[in-house]
Design a protein around this ligand. Structure first.
Ligand SMILES: Cc1cc2nc3c(=O)[nH]c(=O)nc-3n(C[C@H](O)[C@H](O)[C@H](O)COP(=O)(O)OP(=O)(O)OC[C@H]3O[C@@H](n4cnc5c(N)ncnc54)[C@H](O)[C@@H]3O)c2cc1C
Length: 238
């Protein structure tokens, strides 16, 4: 069966950190997805609206929310990036296919979740956290959120609010830039996780973001932390 197609209308677009936009759309009737999945947006060329190419974006809102939220990091000169920066604004519409993907938390496991992401790779985790925590999931969840530098940090207040509300949820922010004035962990997300977690034997690892990071974390999890292959899940933002 073909994946259903919808028209989204933009409600708002906000620059929430350096080069990072949060874009909220209306949620069309009949649209369903599972937290962690992504959609495909038809992105036109600026100077030729008939020239359309799809781009994938993870859904950052929960299936229980009334709107769809995306978080988009601009790639210099990129088609979708230019479109988001210059053309997307309240009341503009776009065609979207949804849902896609299998980056879904294992519903049957008794293990605890470790979520590891860089930049906008946090999108599916936001959706998952906002879905499972209010439903009373009490297992420990650790989110490791890596950014290049402190100017790229976003959603910190929201993460703090979640951690204050749900004692089983903790988040850990790191920045890669060693010369940054960031007053926290500086280094890779996997180094941060290694520092914070002593025993990975009861953990499932979920990784999302830049493919190079995702591959490196996956290898570390399997080869150094002793996590079984089937307990490591990743989504690379190619
Ligand atoms: C499952 C999935 C989920 C994703 N979710 C998200 C998400 O939630 N948030 C997010 O920000 N991203 C996400 N991505 C990444 C996203 O799909 C896009 O790849 C990203 O936004 C860049 O798209 P773009 O059209 O702006 O850049 P593109 O046009 O694809 O270009 C990418 C880069 O290549 C350069 N480039 C393009 N053509 C050439 C050329 N001919 N020669 C040299 N350089 C070139 C561009 O300048 C740009 O820097 C996801 C990807 C996947 C696969």
């Amino acid at each position: 069966m073909p994946t259903p197609s919808f028209t989204f209308e933009c409600i708002r677009k906000d620059l929430i950190a350096e080069g990072i936009y949060e874009v909220e759309f209306t949620k069309p009737e009949g649209l369903t997805f599972t937290e962690g999945q992504f959609l495909l947006i038809d992105v036109p060329l600026l100077d030729n609206a008939e020239d359309i190419q799809p781009r994938a974006y993870s859904i950052a809102s929960s299936p229980d929310d009334d709107t769809i939220l995306l978080v988009i990091k601009l790639a210099e000169g990129g088609r979708a990036s230019t479109w988001v920066k210059d053309q997307v604004k309240p009341r503009t519409t776009t065609r979207v296919q949804c849902p896609f993907g299998k980056f879904i938390l294992d519903p049957d496991t008794q293990k605890e979740f470790v979520m590891m992401c860089t930049s906008t790779g946090i999108a599916p985790f936001r959706s998952q956290l906002r879905t499972i925590l209010p439903k009373g999931d009490t297992r420990n969840i650790d989110l490791f959120f890596g950014l290049l530098n402190e100017k790229e940090i976003f959603w910190e207040e929201e993460l703090k609010e979640l951690a204050d509300t749900y004692p089983n949820f903790s988040y850990h922010i790191s920045v890669g830039d060693q010369s940054s004035s960031f007053d926290g962990f500086k280094g890779y997300v996997q180094q941060h996780a290694e520092e914070m977690i002593n025993d990975f034997s009861h953990k499932q690892i979920y990784i999302c973001g830049a493919p190079i990071m995702a591959k490196a974390v996956k290898e570390e999890a399997i080869n150094s932390w002793g996590v079984a292959k089937e307990d490591v899940h990743m989504e690379g933002f190619i």
